[in-house]
Design a protein. Structure first.
Length: 197
């Protein structure tokens, strides 16, 4: 399986991204060396695409597939793309506060700790629908790992399109997210322009 092993803080620095969007509360002490070279329009669009791919942990081919699917859906392609990325199962686990980072959420799903509507799902890219009930499987609920996670993410705001029951490690998808409910600092229109060239 392909993997992006770039050091997270280094990548955040290069994309001018705050690590808190990834669930990481560390800060890099190094300063980004500001070049005087102005970015071209293509450079700006490419950075926005790389930012979205990095935040959600998606590689190029699946990202392109999401874009193609978003283009075929009703409404604006950029908003549809972010809605699809937000409704990935690993992202939903992260948003519910059952994982510190999206990478950890992906691992939790991979290890078959998650059930959707009572069925075990181990595909991080599984797209949830409105009304889905997502929970950590009964035999893992008492694991120390989840106590530590809940302590670490205590105070993280769960978006309004989700309802979380942290005590029972259970969550419900009330509706699919709208653009104003998605707090990622990505200009989706730049990604659309890049792919439509």
């Amino acid at each position: 399986m392909a993997r992006d092993n770039t050091p997270v803080l280094k990548r955040c620095r290069s994309l001018d991204l705050d690590p808190t969007y990834l669930g990481i509360d560390k800060k890099s002490n190094r300063q980004k060396i500001r070049g005087t070279k102005k970015k071209s329009e293509y450079g700006i669009q490419l950075t926005e695409k790389q930012k979205a791919k990095f935040i959600y942990g998606v590689l190029e081919k699946p990202f392109r597939n999401y874009f193609d699917k978003a283009s075929r859906m009703k409404g604006q392609a950029g908003e549809n793309l972010l809605m699809l990325l937000e409704s990935r199962l690993d992202n939903v686990i992260f948003r519910l506060g059952f994982a510190r980072t999206r990478k950890e959420a992906r691992q939790i799903v991979d290890h078959r700790h998650v059930s959707v509507n009572g069925k075990t799902v181990n595909i991080p890219s599984y797209l949830v629908s409105a009304g889905d009930v997502i929970e950590i499987r009964e035999k893992y609920k008492s694991a120390k790992r989840y106590k530590d996670i809940l302590e670490a993410v205590n105070g993280r705001v769960v978006p309004e399109w989700l309802t979380a029951d942290a005590e029972n490690l259970k969550g419900t998808v009330n509706e699919l997210p709208k653009r104003e409910q998605i707090d990622v600092p990505v200009d989706e229109m730049a990604i659309v322009e890049l792919y439509n060239k």
